[in-house]
Design a protein around this ligand. Structure first.
Ligand code: NAD
Ligand code: MG
Length: 391
């Protein structure tokens, strides 16, 4: 029996993780659940899975949950706050941690889990983007099993005979696929006018709001390019983004002999999650078989860097190194929030990032604390972008 802790249990990845566990209750037990403030979802999850601990970041939500669980006679201990969270991640009772908090907020708890040598199922790509070097060296130092959950990276991992982080000499290219998002065919003028509601409708995947907007701007692919470089120890020149609108091939690896290995499946995160939980074995995910006869075409296009500047921005920032990816990520998180609140246009997302990169000096990374400090600074400057426009 493996004991699993889920960071971000009430989100899209969190719910899918619980769905896979529900299929495999003889092998996995929910040890603890962590989320921000979604009380209803957390209460429902506690009633079903009766974890030993539950942690809510929002104090009021934690208090209400405690009272509700007491009333329902559910013996789950309710925790709250960053210190409790880091202590929880250090618990020797946990075998696997699903890292699925959204954004830079996932970094510190995930690092705490890495430092206690757990198997990490990594969905939270932002951790690797902002702290790749420290993260990967801690994975080595503490002997973690790091299983990529992001569907593309999980596909690449499945196409590699070696584990993440090792040198990949016989590889010619990594073909990172992208759906292209809902605006793939939009002109530059049309992109100026898109609304949050349009951007929140992803053609293939059902995901949380932040990653859905990132998919529409192609920033998600930019973050994934950086994620791939850290995970598989390759230079960005080896990673070739292919727009593949059907989202059936989740990525490919090309070897020096010209062989290309691809991983295919329905666009359903339960597949990579089941792979991460079961590895090196395979377990049931609940995902039905893919009907290839029902598939008209599998097509590929080059990404348009002019209409979607976020992809090129991420590649540049990775090459710059230091705290540059931290600044880009924080600026993007703020920009996505501003767009969702209708305070900036969709096409201003890269402008907010430029605004921050022009105003904060890139520094060599010193520590996780240093990264978090730069993350905070970047958020302050990024928020000034919208007030600057108002005056
Ligand atoms: P989501 O918005 O649906 O869920 C986010 C979860 O994080 C929620 O449970 C929320 O309560 C929790 N959370 C947010 N801030 C927190 C904080 N400060 N402390 C504790 N908990 C906090 O997001 P999602 O779509 O599930 O994505 C989660 C992560 O997985 C992201 O990094 C995303 O890029 C990555 N990812 C998601 C998908 C997908 O299909 N959804 C695919 C690949 C990668
Ligand atoms: Mg992905």
């Amino acid at each position: 029996m493996k004991k699993v802790s889920i960071l971000g249990s009430t989100g899209s990845i969190g719910e899918s993780t619980l769905a896979v566990i529900r299929e495999n209750l003889e092998q996995y037990q929910v040890h603890s659940l962590v989320a921000n403030s979604n009380l209803d979802a957390m209460y429902r999850q506690c009633l079903e899975f009766v974890p030993e601990y539950v942690l809510m970041r929002d104090t009021a939500a934690a208090q209400t949950l405690k009272a509700l669980l007491l009333e329902a006679r559910v013996e789950t201990q309710v925790l709250c706050g960053d210190a409790d969270l880091e202590a929880l991640m250090g618990s020797s009772e946990i075998d696997y941690v699903m890292s699925a908090i959204v954004g830079a907020a996932g970094l510190k708890p995930t690092m705490a889990a890495v430092e206690s040598g757990k198997r990490i199922l990594l969905a939270n790509k932002e951790s690797l983007v902002i702290a790749g070097e420290l993260f990967m060296s801690a994975v080595q130092q503490y002997g973690c099993e790091l299983l990529p959950i992001d569907s593309e990276h999980n596909a690449i991992y499945q196409c590699l005979p070696i584990s993440a982080g090792n040198p990949v000499e016989p590889i010619r290219r990594i073909l990172l696929t992208a759906s292209g998002g809902p605006f793939r065919r939009f002109t530059a003028d049309e992109l100026e006018a898109v609304t949050p509601a349009q951007a929140l409708k992803h053609p293939n995947w059902d995901m949380g709001p932040k990653i859905t907007i990132d998919s529409a701007s192609l920033m998600n692919k930019g973050l994934e390019l950086i994620e791939a470089c850290w995970l598989f120890n390759v230079s960005p020149d080896v990673v070739d983004v292919h727009i593949h609108p059907q989202s059936i091939i989740h990525s490919m690896v090309e070897y020096v002999d010209g062989s290309i290995l691809a991983q295919m499946g329905s666009p359903d995160m339960r597949t990579p999650i089941a792979y991460g939980l079961g590895w090196p074995d395979r377990i049931e995910s609940g995902v039905p078989s893919l009907d290839l006869f029902a598939m008209a075409d599998l097509t590929f296009e080059k990404p348009d860097m002019e209409r979607f500047p976020c992809l090129a921005l991420a590649a540049q920032v990775f090459k710059r190194g230091g705290t540059a990816p931290t600044l880009l990520n924080a600026a993007n998180e703020v920009a996505v929030g501003l767009f969702l609140e209708n305070r900036i246009r969709f096409t201003e997302i890269p402008s907010v990032i430029d605004y921050v990169l022009d105003r904060i000096m890139v520094e060599p990374v010193e520590s996780i604390e240093h990264i978090m400090e730069q993350d905070r600074n970047a958020r302050i400057v990024a928020s000034q972008y919208s007030t600057r426009r108002a005056v």
